[in-house]
Unconditional design. Structure first.
Length: 81
């Protein structure tokens, strides 16, 4: 066994370095995937906030329009008295 190791030290070191590089590559890819997931979540959050703001704006506009209609009805009713 010692003979095998001493004869193949270069191959063993190369193998170990290769394993380390593969491990580092996997960690790097995983980190990039995690960052991509976080970025997509942030984009979804921004879209959700924009849609929520748009819905609120439309609801407020409808509420204002309803109030104006009610005020006009009251004015018309008051004039007809």
């Amino acid at each position: 066994m010692v003979e095998f190791i001493s004869e193949n030290v270069g191959l063993i070191i190369t193998f170990i370095i290769t394993v380390i590089f593969v491990f580092l590559a996997v960690i790097t890819i995983k980190g990039a995937e995690d960052k991509n997931i976080i970025l997509k979540q942030k984009e979804a959050d921004v879209r959700e906030q924009a849609l929520t703001a748009e819905i609120k704006k439309k609801a407020d506009a409808e509420k204002d329009a309803d109030q104006q209609i009610h005020q006009l009805i009251i004015i018309i009713l008051m004039r007809n008295k």
